[in-house]
Design a binder for this molecule. Structure first.
Ligand code: T5A
Length: 212
């Protein structure tokens, strides 16, 4: 299931707030490097200078009040730059690329979470990045309350103001979790669902096992 225009492997991590993506991406990147792979880690929204500028508009409280279509277009504008200028060239050079979030986050947050039209998201996706998709996606699945607790702790420890999406209500985060699980169940070839309630070490081991 490799991207046809690439020789490397594209792996993404998805999940709700505080699911442990950042923590586990570091472990997986270290593991793959020990095995001799050339690994590039990146994140969305962001990953390139242009996309990082768009990130500020999207995730900070004072970034602006975008209507749903504008917000969707901004995510995919950032994503197109990310795919064309960073991800595809890295894959073509034989690297393993690991991204903290990708288009599944837009479907989950803007679509299932906020109720924006899923067909319209699919249309914008097609225009922006065509059929490009990850080879493998880890969904770190966690009960909503646990994720928000972890995420708030990380943000306050770091003194970060990137809390726009974390501040949404519990019902939103439940729709988000259900949406991610639905996507994973519909595409079992690409997704691996990981129980993120477990300890950091247990999750690390299950991700490495799922890579075998
Ligand atoms: N967004 C993004 C959209 O709405 N649409 C889109 O298309 C895209 C791409 C930014 C926001 O943008 C939204 C989604 C987001 O709200 P982000 O920067 O990925 O996205 O923000 P978060 O998902 O909020 O990132 P977090 O850092 O909060 O979560 P992580 O990376 O999943 O979790 P991590 O590893 O930082 O861990 C959080 C805390 O929990 C601890 C860690 O040490 C850390 O303190 N932890 C654990 N504690 C106990 N047990 C474990 N197993 C633990 N694993 C980690």
């Amino acid at each position: 299931m490799m991207n046809t225009n690439a020789t490397g492997r594209f792996i993404t991590f998805e999940g709700g707030e505080g699911a442990g993506k950042t923590t586990q991406i570091k472990f997986l990147a270290d593991h793959l490097r020990e095995q001799g792979h050339d690994v590039l880690t990146t994140r969305e929204p962001g990953g390139t200078p242009e996309a990082e500028k768009i990130r500020e508009l999207l995730v900070q409280q004072d970034g602006g009040n975008w209507d749903p279509l504008s917000e969707c277009l901004l995510f995919f504008t950032a994503r197109r730059m990310h795919v064309e200028t960073l991800i595809k060239p890295a894959l073509a050079a034989g690297k393993t690329v690991i991204s903290d979030r990708f288009f599944d986050s837009t479907i989950a947050y803007q679509g299932y979470g906020h109720g924006f039209d899923l067909d319209l998201i699919a249309h914008v996706q097609k225009i922006s990045i065509g059929d490009f998709k990850p080879d493998l996606t880890f969904l770190l699945d966690l009960p909503v309350e646990d994720g928000l607790r972890r995420s708030q702790k990380r943000l306050s420890d770091a003194g970060s103001n990137e809390d726009k999406f974390e501040n949404l209500d519990l019902a939103f985060h439940q729709r988000l979790r259900d949406g991610f699980l639905k996507m994973a169940q519909l595409d079992t070839a690409r997704f691996r669902i990981i129980d993120a309630k477990n300890s950091i070490e247990e999750i690390r081991k299950s991700i490495i096992e799922a890579m075998l």
